[in-house]
Design a protein around this ligand. Sequence first.
Ligand code: FAD
Ligand code: AMP
Length: 474
Amino acid sequence: MKSFDVVVIGAGPGGYIAAIRCAQLGLSTACVESWLNDEGKPALGGTCLNVGCIPSKALLDSSHHFSHIKHEAGSHGINVPGITIDVNKMIERKNKIVQTLTQGIAGLFRKNKVEWLQGHAKLISGDQIEVAPVGEGSAEPYVVTAKNIIIATGSVPVNIPPAPVDDELIVDSAGALKFNDVPRRLGVIGAGVIGLELGSVWSRLGSQVIILEALDVFLGPVDRQIANEAEKVFRKQGLDIRLGAKVTGTGSNNREVTVTYEDTKGKQQLIVDKLIVAVGRKPNIEGLGATDVGLNIDEQGFINVDNNTLTNLANVYAIGDVVRGPMLAHKASEEGIAIAERIAGKPGHMNYDVIPWVVYTWPEIAWVGKTEQDLKADSTEYQTGVFPFAASGRARAMGETTGMVKMLSDANTDRVLGVHIFGPSASELITEAVIAMEFDASAEDIARTIHAHPSLSEAMHEAALAVDKRALHI
Ligand code: FAD
Ligand code: AMP
């Protein structure tokens, strides 16, 4: 029977990073992964690389180029008559990126001597795992032992009874990444991050997109000022966002889907060519044998862990989407690094207060820390600095003047409590705020830091100055 210092279950951004870091630290490490790609071949990378972060961003980038050329290029004096889309080529490009990156992880495993056990893992005890090989010509199940186990089995899309996914007309987020043409009318259930991103892709390519959201509030967790601004902009872009619209049923023939929903006016009906169900994700513990070995699971199906991602079983840890906290790839990866280091006897570091969030619409929305509504609810005394991109020289030069940077700092100490960006490249700009908060910086620290001119980052500088009411360009 093979035996390892660490066996990681799942090779998404939580698991594969944990495995590489364990191996770097000299621990003998295996990673069990059961993913089979559309060609039936085993693949590493989990949701993020195969059907999540990376393929969605590939299509967001392609569709952004199309939309930019169609609607904005003319203002730069660039005329592109007769612009067309080749959806199959766009999807092929996305598939190639996924293939390159997932194969890259296999290469990193070889380099770091992480043994990839291709199969489905089932816990037999706190230190034994049964691996059932998957794919063509699968071998018999076998058992491995581990001094430490890291569970990183991730999450799967939530299904709702009124809209069962048929992978033809009604699809989940994975299905929405492989349409072979642009649906004329596209329904999306859920105006969360995934619904907005996928809705944006197909809207930019020409679909008429209707997003049905059960809640009355748009992007509830986002700072209100930013969310309100974003809602206005997305509506102007053509996204038909219907709030307070609870989907109650669907019916489909071979060509179109009829969606019924209820809003304040009563029963409504909508006919679309494709429907994306993007109502959230749930932890994945299917077939893991979690309850058989006595793992504590909460009522929503998450594996219970302490602050160090230790479960109730000795030397069994769980990280990423299968445990509490934001379902984000970088959160999963950082938990993976931290636990690998703790297993190796080092002080692993994980700061849950400073995790950046991004919605990859255009403009992008990115934030870290507290929102203004959080601070009001906590009765924290705070001060605010806002700087609009319309006043940024670089943003003007780019033709990207929508949105703003908003900084919130403690009224007494000036410590930065939250930064919220709606604007071009917000996903990149937010890192400055993340670093500032990680180092407990004040808004004044950012205000006194020299930012390159002309750059979008000057908006961060000006927002910091605005906290002290001394912004220079507004
Ligand atoms: P996963 O990536 O889900 O990986 C878990 C792996 O475990 C899978 O490969 C699965 O096959 C394997 N597995 C499960 N059970 C077993 C078992 N018993 N035996 C063997 N293997 C098993 N996050 C971001 O931060 N940024 C984004 O831009 C972003 N975009 C997204 C877009 C979409 C469309 C979706 C769906 C998600 C997106 N996410 C994004 C979320 C992100 O993908 C997840 O937070 C992240 O993948 C979680 O990582 P993980 O390692 O916990 O789990
Ligand atoms: P997220 O959890 O960020 O992926 O967002 C999923 C969104 O889907 C949430 O905002 C939910 O309110 C929304 N949602 C869930 N069920 C329904 C439903 N039946 N009809 C419309 N929206 C829904």
